[in-house]
Design a binder for this molecule. Structure first.
Ligand code: PLP
Length: 449
């Protein structure tokens, strides 16, 4: 089934997916009204396999900032992924999962001093820099750190450009490396981030080529570089593919780094989590805007739907991450009666508008709107402003995948457990955790026939 977004694009909705099945089961519970997420951990497993299939030379370091959900981190840690952390708290969280410090890159070029001291204490040695000031700070606080110079190479089109804040111009890299040398610091490689949600795969070739130039200069001043970090920027929504970027990356690595013994890593964020999270929101209020025609009859011109999550919660992504979100009514409605509508969050703030104008069916209080692809840059940024809770997460996974993982994973921290071992076919999904604020406890969760 295809749905039209507010931006005019058509998106495919698969109401028979495991996440939809779970959403439906929860929404059917009597008295259910809290907004909630369904996180399909199987999707994260698939993404990891997908990455390894198309970019086997590149080791993913999941960018924790994108979604720091404990279960997601535990699954990725179990799968052997490494991590990109930007702060002391992120490092602490990843270490608490039993991940060794050498599987973490502290990839924030402008770090708070106490966070550098913490990294030194716990042995997270690999960290990025892009400025002389940062070099002095590191020399003072953690002189034996393994430093990675971040250069600026921007995609011509990206959902969230980053170059205005981070990365030295490639032409300035030699001067920075000279300073690092004079301070007797240990620079081991080059990183870049072409922009989050990159829409120009070719930029990876420009960036890898620029990185090679920095490698070459570094060797002339006595550094022996061994690390190339190709950053984030990979797409994560349903139906998107890594193959275009992977082809560019693989070719560029072959052309510019074939003869070199270099470890290549990346910092994917949204790639891993976007499609794994589906958000269900309940309509708690409806307002009809009307006008009067020539004969004095009232007619509806616009419908305002108020839902129980908004831009101060999960939909902060509309403001900060420039996401275009698309509500799909849980119930199926006839195509015929559609109304120009807007969707609003629950707070008393006029800014709290999720969607300005979209064509929606005639929905009522108590009906549900489902938003897919909500895993990136949503939950970690959400606040409880005005007293509205951040939606909790329900986790599902395919049975045979859980059977494989559970022997390796210590999911006690995320407090995941099988609600009930289903006696079902291999592919059947089942549920690992139901949020405490959802009404009726579910037993095993099965796909509807
Ligand atoms: N690495 C760094 C340093 C970042 O700042 C970000 C996002 O802002 C990422 C990785 C993740 O990027 P993405 O989610 O586009 O993969």
């Amino acid at each position: 089934m295809k749905i039209q977004t507010s931006g005019g694009d058509q998106i495919e909705v698969d109401r028979s997916s495991n996440s939809w099945a779970m959403v439906q089961q929860i929404c059917q519970q009597v008295g259910q009204e809290n907004a909630f997420y369904v996180c399909n951990l199987s999707s994260i497993l698939e993404k990891h396999k997908g990455w390894q299939a198309v970019m086997p030379r590149v080791e993913p370091h999941y960018a924790v900032k994108c979604n720091n959900d404990l279960a997601v981190l535990e699954i990725l840690a179990t799968l052997g992924a490494c991590f990109d952390c930007a702060s002391r708290a992120e490092i602490r969280k990843v270490l608490s999962l039993g991940v060794s410090p050498d599987r973490i890159i502290f990839a924030n070029p402008a770090k708070i001093s106490s966070h550098i001291r913490y990294a030194a204490d716990v042995g997270v040695a690999t960290m990025t820099f892009d400025d002389v000031c940062e070099l002095h700070k590191i020399q003072n606080l953690y002189p034996s750190a393994r430093l990675v110079i971040r250069i600026r190479v921007d995609a011509t089109d990206a959902q969230c450009p980053l170059g205005m804040k981070f990365g030295c111009e490639p032409n300035d890299a030699p001067q920075l490396l000279d300073v690092a040398r004079s301070l007797n610091l240990n620079v081991v490689g080059v990183s870049f981030h072409v922009g989050s949600g990159c829409r120009e795969p070719a930029v990876f070739r420009r960036a890898i080529s620029a990185a090679r130039d920095v490698f070459d200069y570094a060797s002339t001043v006595g550094f022996k570089f061994s690390l190339l970090d190709i950053g984030g920027g990979y797409p994560g929504v349903r139906g998107s593919s890594l193959t275009d970027i992977a082809a560019v990356v693989n070719n560029a690595l072959e052309d510019f780094f074939r003869d070199m013994d270099v470890r290549v890593i990346a910092e994917p964020g949204r790639y891993y989590v976007t499609s794994a999270f589906t958000l269900a929101c309940n309509i708690h209020s409806v307002r009809k805007i009307t006008d009067v025609d020539d004969q004095g009859r009232r007619f509806e011109t616009h419908r305002m739907y108020y839902i129980n999550d908004g831009v101060y919660g999960s939909f902060n992504c509309v403001l900060y991450d420039h996401q275009v979100v698309c509500p799909v009514p849980l119930k199926e409605y006839p195509e015929s009666r559609r109304i120009s509508s807007s969707v609003w969050g629950p707070t008393c703030d006029g800014l709290d508008r999720v969607i300005e104008d979209i064509s929606l069916p005639d929905m009522n209080i108590g009906d549900w709107m489902v938003f897919e692809d909500m895993g990136a840059y949503t939950l970690p940024v959400a606040s409880t402003f005005n007293g509205f809770p951040v939606p909790e997460v329900c986790y599902i996974i395919k049975q045979h995948e859980w059977a494989q993982l559970k022997n390796f994973i210590s999911l006690s921290r995320a407090e995941l457990e099988v609600i009930e071992e289903p006696n079902a076919a291999d592919e059947e999904l089942f549920c690992l955790k139901i949020p405490s604020n959802l009404n009726a406890p579910l037993a095993s969760v099965k796909k509807p026939e």
